[in-house]
Design a binder for this molecule. Sequence first.
Ligand SMILES: Cc1cc2nc3c(=O)[nH]c(=O)nc-3n(C[C@H](O)[C@H](O)[C@H](O)COP(=O)(O)OP(=O)(O)OC[C@H]3O[C@@H](n4cnc5c(N)ncnc54)[C@H](O)[C@@H]3O)c2cc1C
Length: 391
Amino acid sequence: MTHLLSDELLGTFRERAADYDRDNAFFAEDLADLQAAGYLGTMVPTAFGGAGLSLRETAREQARLSAHAPATALAVNMHHVWVGVGRYLHERGDSSLDWLLAEAAAGEVFGFGYSEPGNDLVLLGSRTEARPDGAGGYTFHGRKIFTSNSPAWTRLGVLGLDSSNGTGRRGGGPRLVHAFVTRDGGGFEILDDWDTIGMRASQSRTTRLDGAHAPADRVLRLLPPGPSLDPYVLGIFTSFEVLLASVYAGIADRALELAVEAVGRRTSMKTGKPYSQDPDVRRRIADMALTQDSVWLQIDGITRDLDASASDSTLDRGAGWFRAAAGLKVRVTEAARDVVDQAVRVSGGSTYFSSSELGRLYRDVLAGIFHPSSDDSAHATAAQSLLGPLE
Ligand SMILES: Cc1cc2nc3c(=O)[nH]c(=O)nc-3n(C[C@H](O)[C@H](O)[C@H](O)COP(=O)(O)OP(=O)(O)OC[C@H]3O[C@@H](n4cnc5c(N)ncnc54)[C@H](O)[C@@H]3O)c2cc1C
């Protein structure tokens, strides 16, 4: 497997992660090092100047990064998601995001500005107004929450709703507008409101869009609100869920590593032996390992199929990707929470100190439940795939 990040660099990231967490600081130095290592171009095809890693390889790289610096990995993940969409489209003959692939390889940092307060429709609706500029472009007006990488993104993918009926490019009813705005273009304010219990270095602050402009060539899709099988939507959904899962799998991998170290170190007064000789502890460690084995089988399996489905249509699951990707995200993030929880139990009270790495993983891993797809929506997707839509 190709590695873009050296063990030495990852070790540096791990040291910084503790400081960023304590200081609630953005991972600026990590980002500079990741840029220098070409990490922003991990999944960009070599023809566009990137490293050309597959989705499967990128998922593995992201887990490796996350095992050292979870918040750094989560924030950079938002960039990789966009590259994943560009690549998904490119490999299927759609060149509309080729510019993004080239810009990502050239060092631009992409953010993901989709989440909104009170929008549980996620990709299917928006509370942000997309106002046509009369020349095929749009300005955006609304509030985006949890925008990771806020201090550093240079391009922000946004979603808004054009309700001006008929004046949208295709006319005829409201349209969801998927587009990109630039930091240089202004028309937004980033609030200094990120003070969370975990994933602190991601600095996923609120973004108030107040006229941020996307010109016509940065408006990627105008789609009717509601479910869509448009490749752009499928690309976002699959890249997002799969890469997100890898970040949380990486946290769990590290928790297991720390737990193994801890039970070898801690001794029992009862037996005089290390806890690694305690049958109950051994069972917990084994349980964690067996969970992670199945987690990686699932991530590798789905990413391999997604990679191969670009050239082998028999592997294309169509609408089935929604169930597959949402299910993967929920299973992996829930498994990660369980593994970290078990790691904490066998490692003891020292993990309760805010300076403990395992304690930090315990806080970081919780974020997994808040990202889409939620447990409920993944179940709704699975039910719909078997029972049809809810009437
Ligand atoms: C660490 C982390 C990083 C993330 N990074 C990104 C990212 O880069 N890009 C991205 O798009 N998303 C990102 N997300 C967002 C995430 O995917 C969810 O959208 C987010 O957690 C919101 O979840 P929620 O709707 O359950 O929150 P809630 O707690 O329900 O709501 C969040 C806020 O919205 C307000 N609100 C809720 N309902 C309403 C309403 N009806 N009207 C008005 N206000 C309301 C709440 O008061 C609260 O302030 C990130 C999440 C986390 C945890």
